[in-house]
Design a protein around this ligand. Structure first.
Ligand SMILES: C[S@@+](CC[C@H](N)C(=O)[O-])C[C@H]1O[C@@H](n2cnc3c(N)ncnc32)[C@H](O)[C@@H]1O
Length: 268
């Protein structure tokens, strides 16, 4: 049997203080690859979206009244946030990550990028519009995002939970889709991508069955100017890069949030 490295419990593992202008190193933030989303993590969460002080996350936007408009669910090490930040400098982007060490890594990575000397046009942007929360999206997603506040949601290479009895831990399910549809404004896009074909079919079929989502193909999205987002979806994240290194296939499925239509009874 392969030897497993013993890891300290989440609460006792403290990442080293990172010098703000030095990018953090992943080796200092090691954690098990999978977390059970049903176990009771020692999580702090807001009572409601209105209780969140977004100025702490995005200080340069203080007074703008803006709230996050893009949500990266299970953002891992933050590759998508860092790619999209400079592309949408006026849009607040939030990552949700359940693993404490990984969320610390993303926090430290953003803090370092914000004070790093500008060497490229993307670093000149200073990443003021990206942030991360440590949160269990399965349990607390509605505590973060008010109705119709989001224009894009990302589910990039989510944990596949292969075994049938673990499917309930998948991040796309009918119950969760109702929460996502509530937060996403009509016209908003859900981006999903995975290298696990079975999970792709699962996400696609659940979204297809849900009345408030409509499949939208890649070509249409590119014609609407969303090509740079799609490129980031394919290539910016750590998991996406790993799939590329292993010559794996990537399965994309995107859906548009549509307006609810109510049948009004004909009284004539
Ligand atoms: C396979 S990784 C993919 C990470 C990233 N999206 C990427 O493409 O590199 C899935 C991530 O989702 C996180 N995750 C799993 N369940 C979650 C939940 N209920 N809430 C928030 N994050 C979750 C995991 O901790 C992990 O970092």
């Amino acid at each position: 049997m392969a030897k497993r490295k013993r890891l300290a419990p989440e609460s006792t593992q403290n990442p080293p203080a990172t010098s703000p202008h030095l990018l953090p190193q992943k080796k200092h933030y090691r954690q098990r690859a999978h977390t059970n989303p049903f176990s009771d993590h020692t999580l702090e969460y807001p009572a409601a979206p209105e209780a969140i002080d977004w100025d702490k996350h995005y200080p340069t936007f203080t007074g703008s009244g803006k709230v996050p408009e893009f949500a990266d669910i299970g953002c891992g090490f933050g590759g998508l946030l860092i790619s999209l930040g400079p592309l949408f400098p006026d849009t607040l982007i939030l990552g949700m990550e359940i693993r404490v060490q990984v969320s610390h890594y993303v926090q430290d990575r953003i803090a370092a990028l914000r004070v790093a000397p500008s060497t490229t046009s993307s670093s000149a942007h200073h990443y003021q519009n990206i942030s991360v929360v440590r949160a269990n999206a399965m349990k607390f997603f509605p505590n973060y995002f008010p109705k119709h506040s989001l224009s894009a949601m990302f589910f990039l290479f989510p944990d596949p939970h292969f075994k049938l009895r673990k499917h309930k831990a998948r991040i796309i399910s009918p119950t969760l889709l109702a929460e996502y549809a509530y937060a996403l404004r009509p016209g908003g896009i859900v981006y999903t991508i995975t290298d696990v074909h079975d999970l792709h079919l699962w996400m696609k079929s659940h979204l297809e069955k849900f009345p408030l989502f409509e499949y939208v193909d890649e070509e249409t999205l590119r014609a609407e100017g969303k090509g740079p987002i799609l490129d980031a979806v394919y290539t910016s994240t750590e998991e996406g890069k790993k799939v590329e290194r292993n010559n794996g296939e990537k399965w994309l499925a995107c859906f548009r949030r549509i307006e609810a239509t109510r049948d009004v009874p004909d009284r004539s």
